[in-house]
Every structure is written in C-alpha cells, then in structure tokens.
Design a protein around this ligand. Structure first.
Ligand SMILES: [Zn+2]
Length: 221
C-alpha cells in the first residue's frame, strides 16, 4: 500500500466530487457533476472570498449534499489540486497519478490563504482592556481625543487630554462605567435575541448572494 502511495497512486473510496468507475477490470477515478460544482466552490472561496457557510448554501441549493464542516475539509484536502497526502506518507506529499485535479494548485493555495485570513488574530493587552475608550472618547473641555495611561504605583488607569493648557485627567474606571450605562439604552431584550440573530443572518446572506450572480458564474464556464 505504501509503495502505491509513494508512486502517487490513490486507491479506496475517492472524496466527494469523484466517482470510482470499474470497467474491464480497470479502476478509474473520474470527476462527477458535484465535483464540477466543488471546483466552482474553490473559485468562490479563492477569488470572491465568500464565507464557507454561504458557499455551502449555494452548493446545497444546487443539489450537493455537503455540510459546512465537510466543505471546510474539502477546501483543505490537497487531493483536489492533484496531490496525495496520507498518514502512511508522513510529511511527504506526492503528485497524484491516477486522477484529474479539480482545481489548479494556485487556486487551491489562494482558497486556503483566504481561509487562513478569515481567522483574524487579535492580540489583547491589559492596557487596551482597561482603556477601551482611548482615542475614542473626547475631552469635554477642548474636544480632542483622549489618550490613556496607568499610574503604576496604585495601578489606576486614567484617560488624559494632551492638549497644551488643558491636560484634563479622568479616572478610567469611572468613565468606563459611565459608558456602560450609556450602552445600556441599546440593550436588546434576551427574548428577542433569536429573532434578531435570524434576521441578521438573513440580511448578511442576501447582501453577499446579491454580489454573486449565478448567471455570471455559469456563463463563464
Ligand atoms: Zn482637553
């Protein structure tokens, strides 16, 4: 088995989008109709940078039985760009010999780059957490944005105006709590959360789907 893998020969059940055909004792792996749609899905990810759940919805609408979770595994499976990776091969990745790739390696890489970037990494510093209004809140006297600092000895945070001759100084905890009070007026009743969530998702989906005209996609085939 390992020798076969090392030659780049795949055997067993091929992934979604491919059929295993046996004719005259010869096995061959061929792209099926769903595979052609998955190829589009890769392009939607790579070129249009659509979120996976939107692509999943489009595919299911076109008759492909794939969950969003499965789809994100599809996007990461090198098989689709013609490469063979397997536990038996360890770190080695072979050029596949007995199937046709769905997408080019360029599109595969681009799609994975988009997936990677979708997870924006945040670095949070203690200072940011204690001074969330830094540069946002304005000095009540001179209207300039306030910076912040910590009085190290006591560990107390302050917002500070840097305008010459103003130098207004405010306790950050006090200001933050005032801001929380202000935000309270925009609070939504918990009983309404599911409805609002549903509506927001619907709005976002419509917004994104509008940008992707299926007509364009099919005409460019
Ligand atoms: Zn000021």
């Amino acid at each position: 088995m390992k020798q076969k893998y090392q030659k780049g020969i795949f055997f067993g059940r091929p992934p979604l989008g491919y059929n295993l055909i046996i004719a005259n004792g010869q096995k061959s792996i061929i792209i099926n109709e769903h595979g052609r749609l998955l190829a589009k899905a890769f392009k939607w990810k790579a070129q249009k940078q659509l979120p996976t759940f939107i692509i999943g919805e489009k595919l299911r609408g076109l008759g492909v039985d794939v969950s969003d979770k499965h789809l994100s595994r599809v996007f990461r499976n090198v098989f689709y760009c013609g490469l063979l990776s397997n536990k038996m091969l360890g770190q080695e990745i072979m050029e596949g010999q007995n199937w046709e790739p769905l997408v080019s390696k360029e599109i595969f890489l681009k799609a994975n780059e988009v997936l990677e970037n979708a997870h924006v990494k945040y670095e949070s510093r203690a200072e940011d957490q204690n001074l969330p209004l830094k540069q946002v809140v304005k000095c009540d006297k001179c209207k300039n944005p306030m910076t912040g600092y910590v009085a190290r000895k006591k560990g107390i945070y302050y917002y500070k105006c840097n305008t010459v001759g103003c130098k207004s100084n405010k306790n950050a905890m006090h200001m933050n709590s005032k801001f929380f009070d202000f935000l309270d007026q925009y609070k939504i009743e918990p009983t309404l959360h599911p409805l609002i969530k549903q509506q927001l998702i619907a709005n976002v989906k419509n917004c994104i789907l509008d940008k992707v005209s299926d007509k364009d996609d099919f005409q460019s085939r």
